[in-house]
Design a protein around this ligand. Structure first.
Ligand SMILES: [Zn+2]
Length: 209
Protein backbone atom coordinates (compact mmCIF):
# COMPACT_ATOMS: atom_id res chain seq x y z
CA UNK A 1 0.00 0.00 0.00
CA UNK A 2 1.55 3.25 -1.09
CA UNK A 3 0.10 5.17 1.87
CA UNK A 4 2.36 3.02 4.05
CA UNK A 5 5.24 5.13 2.83
CA UNK A 6 3.60 8.51 3.38
CA UNK A 7 4.84 10.84 6.13
CA UNK A 8 1.35 10.75 7.67
CA UNK A 9 1.37 7.02 8.31
CA UNK A 10 4.94 7.21 9.53
CA UNK A 11 3.89 9.81 12.13
CA UNK A 12 0.75 7.87 13.09
CA UNK A 13 2.70 4.64 13.41
CA UNK A 14 5.31 6.34 15.58
CA UNK A 15 2.67 7.84 17.87
CA UNK A 16 0.61 4.66 18.14
CA UNK A 17 3.73 2.52 18.58
CA UNK A 18 4.85 4.73 21.47
CA UNK A 19 1.38 4.59 23.05
CA UNK A 20 0.97 0.83 22.74
CA UNK A 21 4.56 0.13 23.82
CA UNK A 22 3.99 2.08 27.04
CA UNK A 23 0.61 0.42 27.62
CA UNK A 24 2.13 -3.01 26.96
CA UNK A 25 5.09 -2.35 29.26
CA UNK A 26 2.63 -1.56 32.07
CA UNK A 27 0.95 -4.92 31.56
CA UNK A 28 -2.22 -3.44 30.07
CA UNK A 29 -2.02 -5.43 26.81
CA UNK A 30 -1.12 -8.99 27.87
CA UNK A 31 -0.61 -11.78 25.33
CA UNK A 32 -0.87 -9.47 22.25
CA UNK A 33 -4.31 -8.26 23.40
CA UNK A 34 -5.36 -4.63 23.29
CA UNK A 35 -5.45 -2.26 20.37
CA UNK A 36 -5.42 1.43 19.54
CA UNK A 37 -6.58 3.89 16.91
CA UNK A 38 -5.65 7.36 15.74
CA UNK A 39 -7.55 9.77 13.50
CA UNK A 40 -6.18 10.23 9.97
CA UNK A 41 -5.87 13.65 8.36
CA UNK A 42 -8.93 12.78 6.23
CA UNK A 43 -11.01 12.09 9.37
CA UNK A 44 -10.89 8.32 8.99
CA UNK A 45 -8.82 6.04 11.23
CA UNK A 46 -5.60 4.13 11.59
CA UNK A 47 -6.10 1.06 13.78
CA UNK A 48 -3.58 -1.50 14.95
CA UNK A 49 -3.55 -4.81 13.13
CA UNK A 50 -4.80 -7.92 14.89
CA UNK A 51 -2.49 -10.03 17.09
CA UNK A 52 0.73 -7.99 16.76
CA UNK A 53 3.23 -7.54 19.55
CA UNK A 54 2.32 -4.11 20.88
CA UNK A 55 5.83 -3.36 22.06
CA UNK A 56 7.21 -2.99 18.53
CA UNK A 57 4.59 -1.70 16.07
CA UNK A 58 5.61 -0.25 12.72
CA UNK A 59 3.66 1.30 9.83
CA UNK A 60 3.13 -2.26 8.55
CA UNK A 61 1.03 -2.96 11.66
CA UNK A 62 -1.53 -0.22 10.95
CA UNK A 63 -4.72 -0.59 8.91
CA UNK A 64 -6.73 2.30 7.45
CA UNK A 65 -10.47 1.95 8.10
CA UNK A 66 -13.57 4.07 7.62
CA UNK A 67 -15.84 5.15 10.49
CA UNK A 68 -17.85 1.95 10.15
CA UNK A 69 -14.66 -0.03 10.80
CA UNK A 70 -14.34 -1.30 7.21
CA UNK A 71 -10.77 -1.42 5.84
CA UNK A 72 -10.10 0.97 2.96
CA UNK A 73 -9.14 -0.56 -0.38
CA UNK A 74 -5.62 -1.96 -0.60
CA UNK A 75 -5.02 -2.75 3.07
CA UNK A 76 -2.89 -5.85 3.51
CA UNK A 77 -3.10 -6.45 7.27
CA UNK A 78 -6.22 -7.56 9.17
CA UNK A 79 -7.57 -4.89 11.52
CA UNK A 80 -8.18 -5.73 15.16
CA UNK A 81 -11.41 -7.60 15.84
CA UNK A 82 -12.49 -4.69 18.03
CA UNK A 83 -11.99 -2.07 15.29
CA UNK A 84 -15.72 -1.34 15.19
CA UNK A 85 -15.59 0.06 18.74
CA UNK A 86 -12.75 2.46 17.85
CA UNK A 87 -14.63 3.50 14.71
CA UNK A 88 -17.77 4.10 16.77
CA UNK A 89 -15.90 6.45 19.10
CA UNK A 90 -14.47 8.39 16.16
CA UNK A 91 -17.89 8.57 14.49
CA UNK A 92 -19.91 9.66 17.54
CA UNK A 93 -17.32 11.85 19.28
CA UNK A 94 -15.90 14.29 16.72
CA UNK A 95 -13.36 15.62 19.22
CA UNK A 96 -11.75 12.20 19.63
CA UNK A 97 -8.39 11.88 17.84
CA UNK A 98 -7.15 8.68 19.47
CA UNK A 99 -8.49 5.74 21.45
CA UNK A 100 -6.98 2.77 23.20
CA UNK A 101 -8.37 -0.55 24.41
CA UNK A 102 -6.61 -2.09 27.41
CA UNK A 103 -7.01 -5.31 29.39
CA UNK A 104 -5.88 -4.23 32.85
CA UNK A 105 -6.29 -6.18 36.09
CA UNK A 106 -8.32 -3.44 37.88
CA UNK A 107 -10.69 -3.09 34.90
CA UNK A 108 -11.11 -6.84 34.59
CA UNK A 109 -11.78 -7.45 38.29
CA UNK A 110 -13.92 -4.37 39.04
CA UNK A 111 -16.09 -4.83 35.97
CA UNK A 112 -16.90 -8.36 37.21
CA UNK A 113 -17.75 -7.43 40.82
CA UNK A 114 -19.58 -4.12 40.30
CA UNK A 115 -23.38 -4.39 40.09
CA UNK A 116 -25.50 -1.97 38.08
CA UNK A 117 -25.20 -0.18 34.77
CA UNK A 118 -22.25 2.09 35.63
CA UNK A 119 -19.15 2.17 37.80
CA UNK A 120 -19.03 5.48 39.71
CA UNK A 121 -15.82 7.34 40.56
CA UNK A 122 -16.23 10.18 43.04
CA UNK A 123 -13.98 12.23 45.32
CA UNK A 124 -10.72 11.68 43.47
CA UNK A 125 -8.35 14.58 42.82
CA UNK A 126 -6.90 12.66 39.86
CA UNK A 127 -10.29 12.77 38.11
CA UNK A 128 -9.04 16.18 36.96
CA UNK A 129 -6.63 14.39 34.63
CA UNK A 130 -9.64 13.91 32.34
CA UNK A 131 -10.26 16.79 29.92
CA UNK A 132 -13.15 18.96 31.10
CA UNK A 133 -13.09 17.74 34.71
CA UNK A 134 -12.18 20.64 37.01
CA UNK A 135 -12.91 19.38 40.52
CA UNK A 136 -12.54 16.29 42.69
CA UNK A 137 -16.26 16.67 43.36
CA UNK A 138 -17.00 15.54 39.81
CA UNK A 139 -18.92 12.27 39.54
CA UNK A 140 -17.61 10.08 36.73
CA UNK A 141 -19.98 7.35 35.58
CA UNK A 142 -18.30 4.64 33.49
CA UNK A 143 -20.75 2.42 31.58
CA UNK A 144 -20.43 -1.32 32.28
CA UNK A 145 -20.99 -3.15 29.01
CA UNK A 146 -21.80 -6.89 29.00
CA UNK A 147 -18.99 -8.77 27.29
CA UNK A 148 -19.82 -10.45 23.99
CA UNK A 149 -17.97 -12.12 21.13
CA UNK A 150 -20.38 -10.09 18.97
CA UNK A 151 -18.67 -6.69 18.78
CA UNK A 152 -21.84 -5.16 17.28
CA UNK A 153 -23.81 -6.07 20.41
CA UNK A 154 -21.29 -4.23 22.60
CA UNK A 155 -21.38 -1.21 20.26
CA UNK A 156 -25.18 -1.14 20.43
CA UNK A 157 -25.11 -1.33 24.24
CA UNK A 158 -22.70 1.59 24.69
CA UNK A 159 -24.06 3.84 21.92
CA UNK A 160 -26.76 5.58 24.07
CA UNK A 161 -24.05 6.69 26.53
CA UNK A 162 -21.80 8.05 23.79
CA UNK A 163 -24.50 10.26 22.24
CA UNK A 164 -25.31 12.01 25.52
CA UNK A 165 -24.50 15.71 25.85
CA UNK A 166 -21.98 14.65 28.55
CA UNK A 167 -20.49 11.40 27.25
CA UNK A 168 -18.44 9.25 29.65
CA UNK A 169 -14.63 9.55 29.78
CA UNK A 170 -14.26 5.78 29.28
CA UNK A 171 -16.27 2.59 29.41
CA UNK A 172 -15.65 -0.90 30.74
CA UNK A 173 -16.54 -4.27 29.24
CA UNK A 174 -17.25 -6.81 31.97
CA UNK A 175 -14.45 -9.27 32.63
CA UNK A 176 -12.68 -7.97 29.55
CA UNK A 177 -11.20 -4.46 29.35
CA UNK A 178 -11.74 -0.75 28.87
CA UNK A 179 -11.96 1.79 26.08
CA UNK A 180 -10.55 5.23 26.79
CA UNK A 181 -9.90 8.09 24.39
CA UNK A 182 -8.67 11.65 23.98
CA UNK A 183 -8.32 14.49 21.50
CA UNK A 184 -4.90 13.12 20.48
CA UNK A 185 -2.56 10.25 21.36
CA UNK A 186 -0.99 12.18 24.26
CA UNK A 187 -4.34 13.01 25.88
CA UNK A 188 -5.55 9.46 25.28
CA UNK A 189 -2.52 8.10 27.14
CA UNK A 190 -3.02 10.55 30.03
CA UNK A 191 -6.63 9.41 30.30
CA UNK A 192 -5.61 5.74 30.22
CA UNK A 193 -3.11 6.37 32.99
CA UNK A 194 -5.67 8.23 35.10
CA UNK A 195 -8.21 5.46 34.55
CA UNK A 196 -5.73 2.83 35.68
CA UNK A 197 -4.80 4.84 38.78
CA UNK A 198 -8.42 5.48 39.79
CA UNK A 199 -9.53 1.90 39.21
CA UNK A 200 -6.49 0.60 41.11
CA UNK A 201 -7.63 2.79 44.04
CA UNK A 202 -11.13 1.33 43.75
CA UNK A 203 -9.73 -2.19 43.62
CA UNK A 204 -7.71 -1.59 46.82
CA UNK A 205 -10.78 -0.06 48.47
CA UNK A 206 -12.84 -3.12 47.50
CA UNK A 207 -10.49 -5.39 49.43
CA UNK A 208 -10.03 -7.64 46.37
CA UNK A 209 -6.45 -6.65 45.59
ZN1 LIG B 1 -10.34 -6.71 24.21
Amino acid sequence: VTTHDSPEIARAAEALAALTARCASRGWMPATSGNAAARRADGLLWVTASGRDKTSLTARDLVAVDLEGTPLAGQTATPSAETLLHAQLARLLPRVGASVHVHTVPVTVLSRITAGEVLVLEGYELAKAFAGVTTHEARLELPLVPNSQDVRAMAAHVEPYLVRSQPPVAYLIRGHGAYVWGRDVAECERHAEALDFLLTCELWASGRR
